[in-house]
Design a protein around this ligand. Structure first.
Ligand code: P6P
Length: 336
């Protein structure tokens, strides 16, 4: 099928804004185009990593005590610059920065809050494994006299848009503004994201489960029993295991193929490892917009009001069949 080179990401956003008759007008479109620009720049560096001086550790640690890769810092700077210069972003909050960054004090100028993980999975970058940028966009609340943090700490249900850019065998941008999920593949010959995955829907059931089984002994009992069910052939639905260790890549496969991705509580991460605001919430919005389900095992991810910017949560996300089966193990931990 000859690719329609006019089916660009920018055109799609514009048409969605028109169809949603959202008050945002072109503002959200302009903001999202800033994310597209940043991801193109980051993607170019990812593609050339072995040829640049961006490989390896930056010799520093981030707010989580995790070793920062040089490309983490570079990617963060690119997003701060591309979004900070859009003129309509009030606050930027990044996995790489301890506190949110106020771009405009005056709310009339910066009506949006953007939360992002500039390069998720970057510990894999030196071995050429797919990594990604994850973003989430909120409206900046009216002045409530509270702190900047209070303006950022909104539940996932308040997201205006969410998405990721996966730097994999191809560079794919997947996003939602609450009206379905669409995917775009970067055509490097023209430097443009073109519509390649219209109206993405997660299969009702899959045959892949994705979890780091090295921690299985410390998973909660319901989770160990669920894992046993996944691994025991039942009504011919033998599940295969796939785990990349890069959330964007593991979720993208789950979105396309169905099944389940899980990062349960462990002894090392009793609250779960993944961060609510810039990993779990945007992924949960995408999953639910595509017909999937996303929970912490106890509650819907999107309903959680964050306590702090870097709050961690467990994440179970996948097809309705596998997620409803998980629920039976949670509700009857000793019976199934
Ligand atoms: P583990 C990457 O560091 C990340 O935050 C996610 O992208 C990924 O899903 C998870 O951690 C992998 O964690 O403990 O399996 O290495």
């Amino acid at each position: 099928m000859a690719q329609d080179q006019t089916a660009t990401f920018e055109r799609h956003i514009h048409e969605q804004q028109l169809s949603q008759r959202s008050q945002a007008g072109g503002e959200l479109t302009w903001l999202l185009s800033g994310i597209v620009l940043a991801c193109k720049i980051i993607g170019e560096q990812v593609r050339r990593l072995g040829l640049t001086n961006q490989t390896g550790s930056a010799g520093s640690t981030n707010v989580h005590g995790e070793e920062q890769q040089s490309l983490d810092i570079y990617s963060n700077q690119v997003l701060l610059e591309c979004l900070g210069s859009r003129g309509n972003v009030g606050i930027l909050a990044s996995e790489e920065n301890e506190d949110p960054i106020v771009v405009f004090d005056n709310r009339d100028d910066g009506e949006y809050v953007v939360v992002f993980d500039p390069l998720d999975g970057s510990s894999n970058i030196d071995v050429n494994v797919s990594v990604g940028t994850i973003f989430s966009i909120y409206r900046r609340p009216e002045s409530n006299g509270g702190s900047t943090h209070s303006e950022v700490l909104q539940p996932g249900t308040q997201q205006l848009a969410a998405g990721y850019c996966l730097y994999g065998s191809s560079t794919v941008m997947v996003y939602t503004t609450g009206d379905g999920v669409n995917g775009f593949t970067l055509d490097p010959t023209i430097g443009t994201f073109l519509l390649s995955h219209p109206n993405m829907k997660m299969p009702a059931r899959g045959n892949i489960y994705s979890v780091n089984e090295s921690y299985a002994d410390s998973f909660p009992p319901y989770c160990r029993r669920y894992l046993h069910w996944l691994k025991s052939a039942e009504d011919d639905s033998l599940y295969r295991s796939r785990y990349i260790g890069s959330l964007v890549a593991d979720f993208h496969r789950t979105l396309l193929k169905g099944g389940v991705f899980l990062y349960p509580p462990t002894s090392f991460y009793p609250e779960g490892k993944l961060r609510l605001m810039y990993e779990a919430s945007p992924i949960a919005m995408l999953a639910e917009q595509a017909g999937g389900i996303a929970t912490t095992g106890e509650e819907s991810v999107l309903s959680i009001v964050p306590k702090n910017l870097h709050q961690r949560v467990p994440l179970f996300v996948g097809s309705p069949f596998e997620m409803q089966r998980l629920q039976t193990f949670i509700q009857n931990p000793l019976k199934v």
